[in-house]
Write a protein that binds this ligand. Sequence first.
Ligand code: DX5
Ligand code: ZN
Length: 222
Amino acid sequence: MTQPSIIIAPSLLAADFGRFAEAAIACEQAGAEYLHFDVMDGRFVPNITMGPAALKSLRPVSKAFFDAHLMIVEPERYIDAFLAAGADGITVQAEACTHLQRTLAQIRAGGARAGVALNPATPPDMLPYVLEDLDLVLVMTVNPGFGGQAFLPATLRKIREVRTLIEDSGLPIHIEVDGGITAETTPLVTAAGANVLVAGTSLFAHPGGLAQGMLALRAAAV
Ligand code: DX5
Ligand code: ZN
C-alpha cells in the first residue's frame, strides 16, 4: 500500500472564538496544510457554531486549504455561500443528503473539492456509487456536535474498509478523520489508512502550544 503523506487540519472549533484570525495565522505558521471549519446548525447536531461569514473573513489572512465540514441539514442550500466565501473543500454529511451524488457534483461544479462524512454508525455502503464524485471521505471518529470527545475505536474498521475501497479504485481520494485525534490515536488511524487528521483539542490545548501539538501528531503518524 502506498501511504499518502499526512495532512494536518486544525479545527477552529477549539480556538478562541474571539480570535479566529490569530488562530488561523498561527495554524499556517505552524505548518498546517488545511484549516478545518466545523459548521453546525443546531438541527443536524445539537450545537451551533459558524457560517460562511467566518470563512470569508479569514480568507485574506490564510492561504491554507479551507476545509468546510457542514454538519447541517439540507447542505445543498448553503454550498454556493461557502463557495463564494472561499471554501477550497466542502464536506457534507451523508445522513443529511437526500441526493448525495447531486450535492457532491454541485460542490465540484463550483470549483471546490467534494467530500462526504460518515457518522460512526453510518456504514460506508454508499461509497462505491459516488466514488467518482469524491475527493475526500471523512470518517467521523466521534458523533459530531462537540469538540473534546473520546475517540471511538469501532471506527477503525471502517477506515480500513474505506482505504481498501479507495486503493482498489485507484482514485486519489483522501481519508480524513475527525474527533478525538491525539498523539495516542494518530498511530491507530494512520495505520488504518487515514491521511488527513482533523484535531481541535489536542492542538489548541496542547501544553507546549499549537506548533508542538502539530509536531506530536506528525511524529505519531505511521
Ligand atoms: C465534531 C467536530 C469535532 C472537532 C474535533 O463535531 O467535528 O470532531 O472539530 O475536535 P476534537 O479534536 O476536540 O475532538
Ligand atoms: Zn469536523
